[in-house]
Design a protein around this ligand. Structure first.
Ligand code: S3P
Length: 175
């Protein structure tokens, strides 16, 4: 069974995912990184060439491949939950953990994160903080619907989040 981290940009999926994989001695896979290595392009340039719609198609193909893995920690790009089919196939063999954070904290994290320039093109014509607030509200239903478990990462250490995920995932496997 995979552990799949879902949630908006900047909620900690990559940082938590890497530590979680280390603790569980599993492989860690980031869907955005897979898209970049399979296309040889950055996420930003894919958006420039084929737009968000084209990007979502490539993303869905990658999710199909990743959902065939087992015992892996997967960090899913923030928009993966927008396609029901992505969620359905990830759930076949995955425990989906939703990471959340306040818009202000997300804003701080993504403006400081070097991968933002290449991996996080603007998705609206709003200012960055307004875009975060707008998209979190718009996607709330999809995130909640997809999640088997939710953790707010705003004020919790990465170590504690990882412990909580391990405890919960173990319970779900044993039930
Ligand atoms: C997106 C989030 C990004 C990346 C792309 C689109 C989104 O992934 O897939 O820029 O729609 O929220 P991260 O959540 O890993 O930053």
């Amino acid at each position: 069974m995979n552990i799949v981290l879902i949630g908006f940009r900047g909620t900690g999926k990559s940082t938590v995912g890497k530590l979680l994989a280390q603790r569980l001695e599993r492989d860690f896979i980031d869907s955005d990184k897979c898209i970049e290595s399979s296309t040889g392009k950055t996420i930003k340039s894919i958006f420039e060439e084929v737009g968000e719609k084209g990007f979502r198609k490539i993303e869905a193909d990658i999710i199909t491949e990743l959902s065939k893995m087992d015992n892996t920690v997967i960090s899913a790009g923030g928009g993966v939950v927008l396609k029901e089919e992505n969620v359905r196939i990830l759930k076949n063999n995955g425990f989906l953990v939703l990471l959340e954070a306040t818009p202000k904290i997300i804003h701080n994290r993504i403006t400081q994160d070097e991968k933002t320039t290449q991996q996080r093109p603007s998705l609206t014509d709003k200012t960055p903080l307004d875009e975060i607030k707008h998209l979190i509200t718009k996607r709330e239903h999809a995130y909640k619907n997809a999640a088997d478990y939710t953790i707010n990462t705003s004020y919790v250490s990465c170590e504690d989040i990882v412990k909580e995920i391990i405890t919960t995932a173990n319970k779900s496997v044993n039930n």
